[in-house]
Design a binder for this molecule. Structure first.
Ligand SMILES: O=C(O)CCC(=O)C(=O)O
Ligand SMILES: [Fe+2]
Length: 192
């Protein structure tokens, strides 16, 4: 397997495609905004634990989640302003946000691609990170599975094109030693 660090080729854009590929944008929000938003979401978001069937057993998903429609739900403090700033920056009419809370390094999300059936063609998925820095793995589906490791700092955005989801998986591996929580917000343009 070929391992790339983010800085091998281009610090901003490890993967290129006609729709923008996968880009890492550090420092989109400053430390103060990021910290205030983190606290507001930790306290006020409607966190749920979900369960999945795995090997015929019901297991708890190792993170907390919350989901909002930006166009119709009552939102936690600062979320509407944050969504608007990201929408303006990326010129995309985001109408949904999925929140993930990784309580510490034991929480994770397995390699996956975001399902595209209810996402608008050509519109990106933007993931805002808050709190503890965690590593995102991005891996080509096709052999030899080129793999990138991105350190997602608080206040940063990872912007993934719609079409990148067909060719790459992404995940947040467990991180032994990380004791602080992280919240991510995945902004999407849904068609339903
Ligand atoms: O927490 C992250 O950075 C990734 C979240 C993610 O992949 C998702 O919500 O689909
Ligand atoms: Fe995802």
């Amino acid at each position: 397997m070929h391992q790339h660090s983010l800085f091998d080729a281009d610090p901003q854009q490890p993967i290129r495609d006609a729709e923008g590929g996968v880009r890492y944008l550090p420092g989109v929000f400053d430390g103060e905004w990021s910290m205030r938003l983190f606290s507001a979401l930790l306290e006020h978001a409607a966190w749920t634990s979900q369960q999945r069937m795995m090997y015929e057993r019901l297991i708890e998903v190792p993170r907390r989640m919350a989901m909002y429609r930006l166009d119709r739900d009552t939102l936690p403090p600062m979320l509407a302003d944050t969504a608007e700033r990201i929408g303006e920056l990326l010129r995309a009419p985001f109408n949904s946000v999925g929140l993930n809370l990784y309580r510490d390094g034991r929480d994770s999300v397995a390699l996956h691609n975001d399902k595209l059936h209810n996402l608008a063609q050509g519109r990106p998925i933007a993931v805002l990170s808050l709190g503890a820095t965690r590593r995102m793995t991005v891996r080509a589906k096709r052999a030899p599975h080129a793999t990138w490791q991105l350190q997602l700092e608080s206040g940063s955005l990872v912007v993934m094109s719609h079409s990148s989801q067909q060719h790459y998986d992404h995940g947040i591996p467990k991180a032994p030693g990380v004791v602080d929580p992280r919240i991510s917000l995945a902004f999407r343009v849904r068609t339903d």
